[in-house]
Ligand binder design. Sequence first.
Ligand SMILES: [Zn+2]
Length: 229
Amino acid sequence: MKKNCRRSLIICSAFIFLISCSTSKEKTSWYKVYTDQGLMVVNSDSASIKVNLRYSTTDNFISKDVYGDLEEAYLQPEALSKLYKAAEYLNELHPELQLLIWDAARPRRIQQVLWDQVEIPLPERAQYVANPETGSIHNYGAAVDLTLADSLGNPLDMGTDYDDFNEVAHIDKEQELIENKLLTELQVKNRIILRSVMTKAGFIPVRTEWWHFDAFSRTETKSRFKIVE
Ligand SMILES: [Zn+2]
């Protein structure tokens, strides 16, 4: 090997080493927060699951990036197994679609930020954003917010965006919303595909948010897991 060539190789290796060091360093704080409590990262390398944490962007209801360098989704291992099952069911039914994760485990300190920022009067606020005092099921790593996306990663039309606090995001009056022309048949069909694979995998939907699913009931979650602070 020529001298110059060897020198470039050494410089190049050192550069790669530095990049990998800084990447693992950035990950460390979040990785430790979650894995110290037994949570696991969602594998988004498969064709059926993609992750775009909306709170790690400014494209969310408070228009602020509250997660910083967190780009990966974490869940309790059993919740993660259910998510992988849901991805399998989706792959069987609609191989052209994928699950697009918007949020999963969320530390209580971030819950506090969301709670403080949301502009909904106090009595109704808890219907849309869980009070950090009692904790959201997300804070235990047992809830996931997600939608369906096509093979290119474009989200399907579900009638509303993420964190829409209007009645049109509710799942219990969808037929009525179609009749009143607030939702289309196709939007509801897309929601039903998402709900069917998630509930078949053992997730529990919530009435007011078509994108939110709990892996366990609130009682079971609280009895089995600790809040991620
Ligand atoms: Zn949620």
